[in-house]
Design a protein around this ligand. Structure first.
Ligand code: G3H
Ligand code: 13P
Ligand code: NA
Ligand code: ZN
Length: 305
């Protein structure tokens, strides 16, 4: 069933598990997400960025909504990184059940003002809202406290921000970053910061940039002719720990991009004569489904629907 983000994330924060929010850009990605979650009896969130809306528009939103409505598990359709009030309202008009307003690049007061406007409009229509406070950026374990404090989310500010905006869930900067290159060595999550913020708040917390960039997938990508540098992601143990301490929504895009590309590359490598799209999009969907299943298990979402 198609539900709001709050209906999925409030029980997750309370139950100390995480729900992955996967980005989609087409039917196969959406099927990998929703059908795998159904198989594992897990709630799941499907998100479209503004770029995904530009690419797939209402056609793609309708695919997600229809698949969600027919699914036996709770599914929310979420706007990822909405850049303005107008963008959030457009997504709501398209049938999204959850929207993110990302005004985190503005100063604190402006972030509050923008977020508050979106919260008021969205709540009037029964739609839940994600906001963001702090700057995403990869950190390493040895980075000094002053430098971390400069861009990671400040716990006192988080409390004030939640009170003043009424946001339903909050993305916090804890050291993760977007993409396949999350800092040198083992990318680090500031677990103490998560625990501190969680101890002072009750709403679900959100981690962006949570792809694992598994070595197995990057190895397969290279073997199948792909080029990728010193890629690194967030370790499974870090995610398992983060969701026990207040992170309820875990954003993943890069891992599905890599998985899809591996599926396509391997299909063409092993059968250069093939040109039936089902014979290369199908394998892409299969590799993505494996990633989705793995994340649902790591986050403890499997069996929670
Ligand atoms: O955080 C961004 C997501 O990975 C979506 O990326 O804007 O290229 O669709 P995109
Ligand atoms: P990844 O690049 O780690 O998959 O993060 C995606 C994300 O945060 C989307 O909002
Ligand atoms: Na988001
Ligand atoms: Zn993000």
């Amino acid at each position: 069933m198609l539900v709001t983000g709050k209906e999925i994330l409030v029980p997750a924060r309370e139950g100390k598990y995480g729900v992955p929010a996967f980005n989609t850009n087409n039917m196969e990605i959406t099927q990998a997400i929703i059908h795998t979650a159904e198989k594992l009896e897990a709630p799941v969130m499907v998100q479209m960025s503004e770029g995904a809306i530009k690419y797939g528009g209402q056609d793609l939103a309708n695919i997600v909504k229809d698949m969600a409505q027919r699914a036996k598990i709770p599914v929310a359709l979420h706007l990822d990184h909405g850049s303005s009030y107008e963008s959030a309202l457009k997504a709501i008009a398209m049938g999204f059940t959850s929207v993110m307003i990302d005004a985190s690049h503005h100063d604190f007061e402006e972030n509050i003002r923008e977020t508050k406007r979106v919260v008021e409009a969205a709540h009037a229509m029964g739609i839940s809202v994600e906001a963001e406070l702090g700057r995403l950026g990869g950190i390493e374990e040895h980075v000094i406290v002053d430098e971390k404090d400069a861009f990671l989310t400040d716990p006192e500010e988080a409390v004030q921000f939640i009170e003043q905006t009424g946001t339903d869930y909050l993305a916090i900067a804890i050291g993760t970053s977007h993409g396949a290159y999350k800092g040198k060595g083992r990318p680090f999550i500031d677990h103490e910061r998560i625990e501190k913020i969680a101890s002072m708040t009750t709403i679900p917390l959100v981690a962006h940039g949570s792809s694992g960039v598994p070595k197995e997938i990057t190895d397969r990508f290279r073997t199948a002719g792909g080029e990728i540098g010193e890629a690194a992601g967030i370790a499974d143990e870090d995610l398992t720990r983060a969701v026990q301490h207040g992170i309820a929504k875990v954003n993943v895009d890069t891992d599905l991009r890599l998985a899809a590309s591996v599926g396509v590359r391997e299909a063409f490598m092993s059968n250069p004569k093939e040109f039936d799209p089902r014979k290369w999009m199908g394998p892409a969907r299969d590799v993505m489904s494996e990633i989705v299943a793995h994340k649902l298990k790591v986050l403890g979402a499997a069996g929670k629907a």
